[in-house]
Design a protein around this ligand. Structure first.
Ligand code: FES
Ligand code: MG
Length: 592
């Protein structure tokens, strides 16, 4: 640093106030003046705060952030910062083909470049729709400048003829009614539309509510931020508070790596079980952890999370929706119930407001025990995931909290072997194959069949499709059989109440055991032992493995876009967070 120059406090001053390099400083500065900012503002030493804007007309779940950003700006300015709002790559869960999760890593990459390459001292991450939350947190982890997340909030509760209709969940339910001719096409559309009555993200405990809740449990949002419904006045108010707080975080130099520690992830796993969170959560949290250099895997999810009871009574595992969750007290009330029972592993974990999660939640009250149950009266015991292994895959997740009484009765009630079942495999290669053939009576699918979906992982169906929760053939539904066991290397929507065994890694497309399975094979699942196996000998498996190799491996559809090809060439498996492998080695890059 040259004698006489000012001491740099914030990284933005390297761009805008560097007397050692007047040429570059002028070039950086002048264009940001052209819409009315003044040189005095940009050289005042005030922190420049990004607002990573994920809302747009293409992203209706997050679109309300366009409005909320005004309150965020006001908060930033009130606290003495200068807001810089910028657009993020849109990720709309329901609108993007072939699947929105293909874009999680693309949005991650582009946000890393923005946060690293522009004069930002801190950032407000606008989160909401499923993949937007992990994409933002992964980028914050990699760059590690002060960051705080802001949920857009869930939609209001959906209602149809006096019944709560929840996003996604109502689609799965009504699809069965349509298949059984109980409703027609127009009624189907009307019922589904009733579940989306306002701005905001899915009002069920799908992947969006899960990931927003976990962003709060990780400490990356202000307390209560996850659950406030999008249209409520408190949503605008917490946007303002979030804007104020990020400025203070920059002054305190409080960064993502200080908040998202191993302890914070362990808290989040426990909260995920208690809320009945989505099976997408392990994928995304394992990914965020990897970008921080923290070890976290699906064994941790079982070990830390399985024994935790289900407390939150939200669809699909329960009956209520987002507004009810908020009125009961949201994430802080869940954390308080867990703390009271001694189940929160790390109450001392630091959060974005500078206090610990324990301090934040200590005096919170659970305002509706019908929506957030106390640990002494849970909806289900042992509600976390189990991590299955065997010759079918090294890791696959099962959400035991959504096992229905019907499913338990049919598959898990043998007194000699209560946690195990066997069946005959029916294998589908991707969702198109499933839709084309499921209703064909010649396949002989009955209640002893286990449905398999393969070719749906991060490589096979680029991004990994949410297709493992397969509906039985219409003829079985008409006979009252509403679900069959489903297993696959794809994902499933967090709004689905199906107890599928999914996220299987390695997937068929990279040579996982599912690629060796044939329709008609007998398969055994043992939930107690945590195993999933094709019941054939190693010799036969080896013969099939060689035959597959001779054919050039498991075939999957061609790339449709450049990004599909790029991502397929470097993406890791679902159990490992589906991260881009080369990206993991870049950590805390703003400091290097
Ligand atoms: Fe966007 Fe559910 S589809 S939050
Ligand atoms: Mg989804």
């Amino acid at each position: 640093m040259a004698v006489g120059s000012k001491r740099k406090k914030f990284r933005s001053q390297e761009w805008f106030d560097n007397p050692d390099n007047p040429g570059m400083t002028a070039l950086y500065l002048e264009r940001y003046l052209n819409y009315g900012l003044t040189r005095e503002e940009l050289q005042s030493g005030k922190p420049l705060i990004g607002i990573a804007q994920t809302g747009s007309d293409l992203s209706p779940c997050n679109r309300h952030h366009l409005e909320l950003a005004k309150r965020v700006r006001a908060g930033i300015e009130a606290a003495g910062g200068i807001p810089f709002e910028f657009p993020c790559h849109p990720i709309q869960e329901t609108g993007k083909r072939p699947t929105a999760s293909l874009d999680r890593n693309l949005a991650y990459l582009s946000l890393v470049e923005v946060l690293y390459g522009y004069p930002l001292d801190g950032v407000v991450l606008t989160i909401g729709c499923d993949k937007t939350t992990p994409a933002m947190l992964m980028a914050a982890a990699t760059v590690n400048i002060p960051a705080i997340a802001l949920s857009v909030g869930p939609m209001l509760n959906g209602w149809h003829r006096g019944e709560r209709t929840g996003s996604g969940t109502i689609v799965w339910k009504s699809r069965e009614r349509l298949a059984a001719d109980e409703i027609d096409y127009d009624q189907f559309m009307e019922i589904v539309a009733s579940s989306a009555p306002s701005v905001g993200y899915c009002n069920t405990m799908g992947t969006a509510t899960t990931m927003n809740s976990l962003a709060e449990a990780l400490g990356m949002q202000l307390p209560c931020s996850a659950a406030i419904p999008a249209p409520y006045r408190e949503r605008g108010q917490i946007s303002y508070e979030t804007g104020r707080r990020i400025v203070a975080m920059v002054h305190e130099d409080l960064k993502p790596a200080d908040i998202m520690t191993r302890a914070a992830f362990e808290n989040a796993i426990v909260v995920n079980s208690a809320i009945g969170g989505s099976t997408n959560a392990p994928i995304h949290l394992n990914a965020i952890a990897r970008h921080l250099g923290i070890e976290l895997d699906n064994d941790d999810w079982q070990e830390i999370g399985h024994k935790i009871p289900l407390l939150v009574n939200l669809q699909p595992a329960g009956e209520y929706l987002g507004e009810d969750y908020h009125h009961a007290g949201g994430v802080p009330a869940v954390v308080k119930e867990l703390m009271t029972a001694g189940l929160l592993p790390h109450p001392d974990a630091l959060t974005a407001n500078g206090r610990s999660i324990g301090e934040n939640c200590a005096s919170v009250e659970n305002l509706n025990p019908a929506v957030i149950h106390p640990v002494s009266d849970p909806l289900k015991e042992n509600a976390g995931f189990i991590n299955l292994k065997g010759n079918l895959f090294d890791s696959a997740i099962m959400k035991t909290s959504v096992i229905s009484p019907e499913f338990r009765e049919r598959y898990l009630s043998n007194p000699d072997d209560p946690e195990a079942f066997e069946g005959r495999a029916m294998v589908f290669d991707g969702p198109e194959d499933y839709h084309a053939r499921i209703d064909d009576p010649a396949l002989g699918i009955d209640e002893h069949t286990i449905l398999f979906m393969r070719g749906a992982g991060p490589v096979g169906y680029p991004g990994a499709a949410e297709v493992v929760n397969m509906q039985p053939p219409a003829y079985l539904i008409k006979r009252g059989i509403h679900s069959l066991p489903c297993i696959g290397d794809g994902r499933q929507s967090g709004t689905s109440g199906s107890p599928s065994i999914l996220n299987a890694s390695p997937e068929a497309a990279v040579g996982g055991g599912l690629a060796l399975l044939q329709s008609g094979d007998r398969v055994r699942i043992d939930l107690k032992k945590g195993t999933a196996d094709i019941l054939i000998g190693e010799e036969e498996l080896q013969r099939r493995r060689e035959a597959l190799e001779n054919e050039g491996g498991y075939a999957y559809p061609a790339h449709q876009t450049p990004w599909q090809e790029i991502q397929r060439s470097m993406v890791d498996q679902l159990a490992q967070g589906m991260v881009l492998k080369p990206a993991v080695k870049y950590q805390k890059i703003a400091q290097t």
